[in-house]
Design a protein around this ligand. Structure first.
Ligand code: NAG
Length: 447
């Protein structure tokens, strides 16, 4: 008891000094302390790697969100997501049969149940939210699989497992792959729980990027700020705030499913190898960009999406969120420039996509795109055009109410059932439902 209170006391002092000096030695000392175990074998509840970098208010909302069944249902009903995971596991039985598996951020426990179906010897399902209660129920209700699954409540940064795992399974991807900063937990879990050269499902992730041209989207965003151009709003001149309102709308990344014909150059990609990447590598990601425009047009920004590979020893399977492919609950993401660029076919577009992690489990994104103009003056070094924007990945604009050129597969059936005259009659009802849908989508697409 005394030792414990002394430990707490030392720990508080260390924290206090750390907040003053932030010295590396103390950080190591603190790390040593937070890894210390209580006599009963439980980890101390002191600050963990997770708590050090994530605001508690953000974490609280995050785990509350994933603790709710409706959000789990939303992810389970993304059949591209769930179906691809199922296929990747079942087609690679050899990687699971007789193996110890850890499911990182298990949620409802569905991936643990798939692993058990594929013959896993034992699955440890680690989940930090209150969803563990439902996961236990689901697993108990499937006893032939459930007897080989143990649900462990806690963060992968903090919990202990009784044995090392041969293979890890997880769904750590957020919008633009990196949103939610769960990839960091995935690699921390790798270093803590996986045997050397153990398998990871998914194995690698790729962020794909291409410039796009979308006059409608650009005008839509620019027009949102028109409100602030009123000089007589109940006798008040609103124009002093127009500039900031305009910039504000362009600082939101747009999340929707767009027509791939809007892309104006072949995409490039950036690989994140989950088996090799270090946690710190994910704090700041700087991707140099270089494209060659296929057409002459106005470039309105950069379109991004991702895919992940399940590098099974029998079958390699990709889960893609590309435009034109069946739509997932991740959709695609676009950063829109308030100052479009003019390009000609064959012209080079260069730039940077610079992403810096922040403590609200997301990233600030700095995008720069530049072109060197052809034509008169080109010989003297050319006319340089450059446009930049700063967007917060945490504050996306979900643009789902817009007409989608590519109908969502899941949506086709209900739409066919609605007669055109019904739509007219119910237009105001639809509108209010639409608002609800958008709010729901806004919440859902956290994942
Ligand atoms: C996939 O796994 C094989 C070995 O099983 C390895 O040689 C290959 O490099 C892996 N590919 C990727 C992309 O990780």
């Amino acid at each position: 008891m005394f030792m414990w209170s002394l430990f707490i006391c030392l720990h508080e002092v260390a924290l206090y000094i750390l907040s003053f000096f932030g010295s590396m030695t103390l950080r190591l000392f603190l790390f040593f302390l937070s890894e210390m175990r209580l006599p009963n074998g439980a980890l101390s509840t002191s600050k963990s790697k997770f708590d050090d970098k994530i605001e508690s208010s953000s974490a609280k909302m995050y785990f509350h969100y994933y603790g709710q069944l409706l959000h789990q249902q939303n992810m389970l009903q993304d059949y591209v997501r769930t179906g691809t995971y199922y296929a990747a596991v079942i087609e690679n039985r050899a990687d699971f049969a007789g193996r110890v598996v850890v499911d990182v951020g298990a949620g409802s426990g569905i991936l643990s149940l798939f692993a058990a179906q594929a013959g896993a010897k034992h699955v440890y399902a680690v989940e930090a939210s209150e969803m563990t209660e439902y996961a236990r129920k689901l697993i108990e209700g499937n006893p032939s699989l459930g007897q080989r699954i143990t649900v462990i409540k806690g963060k992968v940064e903090e919990v202990q497992l009784p044995e090392k795992a041969d293979i890890m399974i997880s769904e750590p991807m957020g919008t633009l792959l990196v949103n939610e900063r769960m990839l960091e937990s995935y690699v921390i879990a790798r270093d803590r729980f996986l045997v050397p050269n153990g398998k990871m499902f998914p194995t690698i992730g790729r962020i794909h990027m291409a410039p796009f041209s979308d006059e409608y989207l650009f005008v839509e965003i620019a027009n949102k700020a028109l409100f602030w151009q009123q000089e007589n709003y109940y006798g008040v001149d609103l124009t002093p705030l127009h500039g900031q309102a305009f910039q504000g709308y362009f600082s939101q990344p747009v999340v929707d499913a767009f027509d791939p014909r809007l892309l104006v150059a072949p995409a490039m990609h950036h690989v994140i190898d989950f088996t090799q990447v270090k946690e710190e590598d994910l704090f700041e990601i700087d991707i140099p960009l270089k494209f060659v425009a296929s057409v002459g047009t106005r470039v309105h920004g950069l379109a991004c999406w991702f895919d992940v590979l399940f590098n099974g020893s029998t079958v390699q399977r990709w889960l893609t969120t590309a435009p034109g492919a069946p739509t997932t609950h991740w959709y695609q993401l676009r950063c829109v420039l308030s100052q479009p660029l003019y390009v000609m076919a064959g012209q080079e577009i260069t730039g940077h996509l610079h992403m810096i992690a922040h403590s609200a489990q997301s990233y600030t994104i700095y995008l720069t795109l530049s072109t060197k103009m052809w034509g008169p003056g080109a010989e003297q070094g050319g006319v340089f055009q450059s446009s930049a924007c700063k967007v917060d990945l945490k504050e996306p604009y979900y643009r789902m109410s817009q007409p989608q050129p590519y109908p969502l597969v899941q949506d086709q059936q209900p739409h066919q059932l609605i007669q055109p005259q019904d739509i007219n009659i119910q237009s105001d009802i639809l509108q209010s439902e639409d608002l609800e849908d958008r709010e729901l989508l806004r919440q859902q697409t956290l994942s």
